[in-house]
Design a protein. Structure first.
Length: 219
């Protein structure tokens, strides 16, 4: 329960490690499994986040995120709702390639993609598009969950999506989206809504890239 009765708290948790994370291979929307380390990371994050007494857990439908969410559900008795709008960025022709392979085949493209929220990988989607498809998930929760004020909702998703959704919630201008850096596996972001309603939610960024071993007073 938030110490501020009317504040809605939102936690965005990145999934645990996959083999493709470990080998610097671009996953995008390809469905990959957690490694043993990734499963341990999920359990550690769950033990930390269970104290937040979440009223809902919503996950990307990709296995790496859903399995991470299930680790949290085991500690909370909360069901996990899957939503495909929380999938990772569709990386198009880059999916399945290592970072080095993308750099060799598309010189300079990864840098442009990181620095320009409007840049779209070949046959993929831009960061702005990712933010636009995921933002309604939060807006719907805002309008439907009358029990959210003073409580926490947790979304379990992917690094690229979490950065894009955070930027969209904060209404950052596109040129400022790159200020939100990468997230470690099973690290999370915390935002809080202090506004009067869905039209003026007043989202604030409280925590970026927190981890299970973070000091409790940071949260």
């Amino acid at each position: 329960m938030s110490k501020y009765a009317g504040v809605r708290t939102l936690i965005l948790l990145r999934h645990g490690q996959t083999e493709w994370n470990a080998s610097d291979r671009m996953q995008g929307q390809i469905d990959t499994d957690l490694t043993e380390l990734g499963r341990r990371q999920a359990k550690e994050a769950a033990r930390e986040l269970v104290s937040r007494n979440a009223i809902a857990i919503v996950s990307s439908d990709l296995k790496r995120a859903y399995d991470t969410a299930l680790a949290l559900a085991e500690h909370t008795s909360m069901p996990v709702v899957r939503d495909p709008r929380l999938r990772e960025t569709h990386l198009g022709d880059w999916e399945g390639l290592t970072h080095l392979e993308v750099d060799a085949d598309y010189p300079g493209a990864r840098v442009a993609w990181r620095l320009d929220a409007t840049y779209r990988p070949p046959n993929g989607e831009s960061k702005l598009e990712v933010g636009a498809r995921s933002l309604p998930v939060v807006q719907e929760l805002f309008s439907e969950r009358q029990d959210w004020p003073g409580r926490t909702i947790i979304l379990v998703a992917h690094g690229g999506l979490i950065a894009a959704l955070t930027a969209a919630l904060l209404d950052l201008p596109p040129q400022n989206w790159p200020i939100l850096g990468g997230l470690a596996n099973t690290s999370w972001v915390q935002l809080s809504s202090h506004g009067p309603g869905i039209e003026q939610p007043g989202w604030r960024l409280d925590v970026w890239n927190a981890a299970a071993k973070v000091a409790p007073d940071v949260l």
